[in-house]
Design a protein around this ligand. Structure first.
Ligand code: GLU
Length: 386
């Protein structure tokens, strides 16, 4: 039993291709509907407990090949992108039906590497995912294989899932594949291979256990799973590597099936704030009035009304230096608006903003200028808003 899974507020589940495909009666491969139905039952249980659930699912390419009767290894890039397009609708329909049987609503989200790496698009993707979670939907995510360019793609959903987990500040990511965890060597060919229960840090020694890419099970191999572990850990998210072979794999874990835990290094919010405080060069500045300084100190987001002036030419998602009336930098945070739009709304309350002629064109009614989760107070030693 992994308490990290049981107590997570937001759970990201990554499902590997091999779990989703099975041999059908006419000897072709197709969606493993029974497995999917059992997995949906586990997700419904998690929702009943009040957990938010995001699914990152592989299988588009494999299902597309099965549907078209072609072999994966024979395809060039354009052909495999085309096959993925065919498989993706099958895959999502499968999830929609399986979750629908429990009264749950599935929502398809296709992401590219850029959506999770560029801050502006990252904010957009996060906003959509949070809106879906708020209405109780289950985001069903895959990489946009049909559009992702060769140079700019993940190619494996392990790292994509870890980025998604970081993006939504999830507390736990579970990678379900056909291996039950990390071993000191490949258990298939090494008798002395030992199972690891917990990995605190992905060190060079741990990396050496994975061997070269693709040497263990799963499409991304153990290498991308360890990379996912590193991304998750530093984002303050636990990662559990577990077998999804059994029906209802979350239930199996709750009943004691073994797994490897990659323990998070901090909590998600602290990790995010460390990232903002330490790595970003401010692209601009917001000068506040005294009321806004008090509001920030009380733990609130920065609203346009409390900003007297702005410096710099910044884009949505860029880091702003937040300055008190005495000229002290009191915080840093990611701007929800580009400088052009921000210039239209600073000093105005929500009523005045709603009355602006350009309000619809520029989508000016998103309330915060900097959300509290995207802001770190410089005066607080651990970067937390008090
Ligand atoms: N996006 C790929 C697919 O759905 C899967 C990548 C992976 O196997 O991790 O076919």
């Amino acid at each position: 039993m992994r308490v990290e899974i049981q107590t997570a507020t937001t759970l990201v589940l990554k499902i590997g291709s091999s779990l989703l495909l099975s041999q059908t009666e006419d000897d072709t491969y197709g969606l493993n509907v029974k497995w999917l139905a059992a997995m949906a039952g586990d997700i419904a249980d998690a929702r009943t407990k009040g957990q938010k659930v995001i699914v990152v699912t592989s299988g588009a390419l494999a299902l597309g090949c099965a549907k078209l009767g072609i072999q994966r290894q024979d395809l060039n890039v354009a052909q495999s992108q085309a096959a993925s397009a065919t498989g993706q609708i099958e895959l999502v329909r499968g999830w929609q039906e399986a979750l629908g049987a429990h009264g749950l609503t599935a929502a398809q989200v296709l992401l590219t590497a850029e959506d999770t790496e560029q801050r502006r698009r990252y904010l957009n993707a996060r906003q959509t995912l949070n809106a879906l979670l708020d209405v109780g939907a289950i985001p069903i995510i895959n990489e946009n294989d049909t559009l992702a360019t060769q140079e700019l793609r993940y190619g494996d959903n392990d790292r994509l899932a870890a980025r998604v987990a970081a993006m939504v500040s999830a507390d736990c990511l579970v990678l379900f594949s056909d291996i039950d965890g990390l071993y000191t060597a490949n258990p298939q060919d090494t008798d002395t291979a030992e199972f690891l229960d917990v990995v605190e840090d992905v060190t060079a020694e741990i990396r050496a256990m994975a061997g070269p890419s693709g040497s263990q099970h799963g499409s991304g191999g153990m290498v991308t799973k360890l990379q996912a572990g590193e991304i998750a850990q530093s984002a303050g998210c636990h990662m559990v590597l577990a077998s999804g072979r059994a029906f209802s794999p979350l239930t199996a874990l709750a009943q004691g099936a073994r797994s490897t835990l990659f323990r998070a290094h901090a909590n998600p919010l602290t990790a995010r704030k460390n990232w903002i405080a330490s790595t970003l060069q401010p692209a601009g500045a917001a000068h506040l009035d005294a009321g806004a300084v008090r509001a920030l100190a009380a733990g609130n987001s920065l609203l346009p009304v409390g900003i007297q002036s702005l410096d710099g030419n910044f884009k949505r998602g860029d880091c702003l230096s937040i300055i008190a009336p005495d000229g002290q930098e009191i915080a840093r945070g990611l701007s929800a608006y580009a400088s052009l739009e921000a210039g239209l709304i600073i000093g105005k309350d929500s009523k005045a903003i709603a009355a602006l002629p350009d309000v619809k064109q520029y989508n000016l009614e998103r309330t915060e200028m900097v959300h509290r989760d995207d802001m770190v107070l410089m005066t607080s030693p651990n970067g937390e808003l008090k």
